[in-house]
Design a protein around this ligand. Structure first.
Ligand SMILES: O=C(O)C(=O)C[C@]1(C(=O)O)C=C[C@@H](O)C=C1
Length: 91
């Protein structure tokens, strides 16, 4: 049996509601990640270290690539950029 146009409209509207909810939760998780990451960076800098920890970033990039394939690397790079925030040039 073919899906009628009305049924398709209802399925799509329902799925879009779920996507909007997922996107809101993802954004909230990203904000939480930024807060935790800033705490680590502040602590390291206060102890005389650098904001950026390259080997840790490579570990994160690898983990995202393993979980999501090649685009996962891009996603991880964007996340790390967001988390390094305003202090990217501050080493
Ligand atoms: O894990 C750390 O040491 C962090 O500082 C956190 C974090 C991250 O957001 O994941 C941020 C900056 C570093 O370059 C590496 C990783």
């Amino acid at each position: 049996m073919n899906t009628t146009e009305d049924e398709a409209t209802a399925v799509i509207a329902d799925a879009r509601t779920r996507i909007d909810d997922l996107d809101a939760r993802i954004a909230e998780l990203v904000r939480e990640r930024i807060t935790v990451s800033e705490q680590i960076q502040r602590t390291r800098i206060a102890a005389g270290g650098r904001r950026v920890h390259l080997s840790r970033e490579l570990e994160i990039l690898r983990r995202y690539r393993e979980a999501l394939g090649r685009p996962g690397t891009q996603l991880a790079m964007t996340l790390l950029e967001l988390c390094r925030g305003r202090g990217t040039s501050e080493r």
